[in-house]
Design a protein around this ligand. Structure first.
Ligand code: SF4
Length: 330
């Protein structure tokens, strides 16, 4: 079908103005806030991000506050969001930003910041500064591949290239920020991965997948890896209102600086009492079956520390340890 770019832009603009969700980062033009929201939203659902976003901005209201934040405070504010390299890169980027005369406004300058890739640079440049860069995230790729009825694998560079060209063609250069947000919003709320709500879609008359009845088959994406499974047995060792924890060293591959409950093998002399609780926890491609038991110790290795239960909220605790403690306090 011939591409009516103006009609698509008009339809998206009208739909977005009527249906966009009221989200805290949409009430501001502050590039710092928009950047923080974009980093938080990577790999994390909107509903989960909102309270973190608000608390984070209260604690670190500008790049200078973030640049000078103690690492433990930063990680504690991020604890639970996962992918902690995002928080560390935010701070590195804030330290670079405070040395500049102002917040970088163009795509290539944003791309220089640690943790900022093509998507984030395009999002911040377009939303905060009105620069004409089309965003291409998972939601947008889904919408575009359906509109084109693209049958190739969206993970292949060739197909990505086609979708990138389509995104650049569609982008409304007069209102790039609003356009980018409208197509991302369409992917998040209407053009859903399963069973898209085509009846509510402002671009349905321009959508080849819809015309061909392929909306549920597209996009084609590489096979998902099968998750690994692992078991873990954590110990909750309490004494006089304190819990025994250890801190991951700064060069730890994962969760550097975070505090964890000990695993059973780390405290071989522990005396376990009571029935263990159990839960599952998935990190990237690994699903852990976690057992957690109450235990006591006569002595413990020197790298463990007793921390007051009442102060735990001020320490960055791994999500798995938080879940285990919550399980015991139920
Ligand atoms: Fe997605 Fe359906 Fe809209 Fe096509 S018509 S873009 S498949 S919601």
């Amino acid at each position: 079908m011939p591409l009516d770019v103006s009609a698509i832009r008009r339809g998206l603009r009208k739909w977005y103005s009527q249906h966009k969700r009221d989200l805290p980062w949409r009430r501001t033009a502050d590039p710092y806030r928009i950047w923080i929201s974009e980093i938080m939203l990577q790999q994390t659902r909107v509903a989960a991000v909102i309270p973190y976003f608000e608390r984070f901005l209260t604690l670190f209201p500008d790049p200078a506050a973030l640049a000078s934040a103690p690492e433990q405070e930063l990680l504690a504010a991020w604890a639970g969001l996962g992918y902690y390299s995002r928080a560390r890169n935010l701070q590195k980027a804030a330290r670079a930003i405070v040395k500049l005369p102002r917040f970088p406004s163009d795509y290539s300058a944003l791309l220089e910041l640690p943790g900022v890739g093509d998507y984030t640079a395009a999002a911040v440049a377009s939303i905060a500064f009105g620069r004409p860069h089309a965003v291409l995230d998972g939601n947008v790729l889904r919408v575009l591949s359906r509109m084109l009825a693209e049958r190739g694998d969206i993970k292949s560079p060739l197909v990505r290239g086609r979708l990138r060209t389509f995104a650049d063609t569609l982008l409304d250069k007069k209102r790039p920020g609003e356009f980018n947000q409208s197509i991302m919003e369409l992917g998040a709320t209407v053009c859903l991965p399963k069973q898209p709500l085509c009846g509510n879609c402002p671009v349905r008359l321009h959508c080849d997948a819809r015309q061909q009845g392929l909306e549920n088959q597209l996009p084609v994406s590489g096979a998902r890896p099968i998750p690994h499974r692992q078991e873990k047995h954590l110990l909750a060792i309490e004494k006089q209102g304190k819990i025994l924890l250890w801190q991951r060293p700064p060069d730890s591959r994962r969760l550097a600086g975070f505090w964890e409950l000990p695993e059973r093998e780390q405290v071989p002399g522990a005396n376990i009492y009571g029935e263990p609780g159990e839960f599952r926890h998935t990190i990237v491609n690994t699903t852990y079956l976690v057992q957690v038991s109450r235990a006591s110790v006569a002595s413990h290795p020197s790298r463990f520390t007793w921390l007051a239960k009442s102060s735990l909220a001020t320490f960055p605790l791994s999500t798995i340890s938080k879940k285990a403690l919550a399980r015991l306090l139920e």
